[in-house]
Design a protein around this ligand. Structure first.
Ligand SMILES: [Zn+2]
Length: 130
């Protein structure tokens, strides 16, 4: 049986994908997005850290899904984002997601939010990797 040597302290990254549907309008934008409309948002969160030699993991996927469900999806899914973000651009939503999660997800390094399938923003907040 192969054994894995974690003594090299090699860093590991994991990414988990989430979805929510929400309405928004961009009050500072001159164009169609000024009007109320909706998106099926997709986002990834990225965590990095050392692999725990005992568990063989850097984080528990189940815990991550619970935290994101409580802190982001329960607040954003099927909501009007303008109710809690004055200017809910993709950039500002990604930052809001980061701030909602960072206290509860050690190792959070990145939030990548897709507003439409071919376009996304990536936020690496304070403490995130450059
Ligand atoms: Zn939009």
């Amino acid at each position: 049986m192969a054994t894995i040597d974690y003594t090299d302290r090699r860093r590991m990254r994991l990414d988990v994908e989430f979805y929510f549907a929400a309405a928004h309008r961009l009050p500072r934008y001159q164009g169609p997005c000024f009007r109320m409309h909706g998106h099926n948002y997709k986002f990834f969160i990225g965590l990095e850290g050392e692999v725990d030699p005992a568990t063989g993991m850097i984080a528990d996927f189940g815990v991550i899904k619970q935290v994101v469900g409580d802190k982001v999806l329960a607040r954003a899914d099927h909501q009007v984002l303008n109710d809690f973000l004055e200017n809910p651009t993709a950039e500002n939503i990604a930052r809001w997601i980061w701030e909602a999660l960072v206290a509860d997800l050690p190792g959070l390094v990145e939030v990548r939010l897709f507003e439409i399938p071919d376009s996304c923003v990536t936020y690496r907040g304070p403490g995130g990797r450059p």
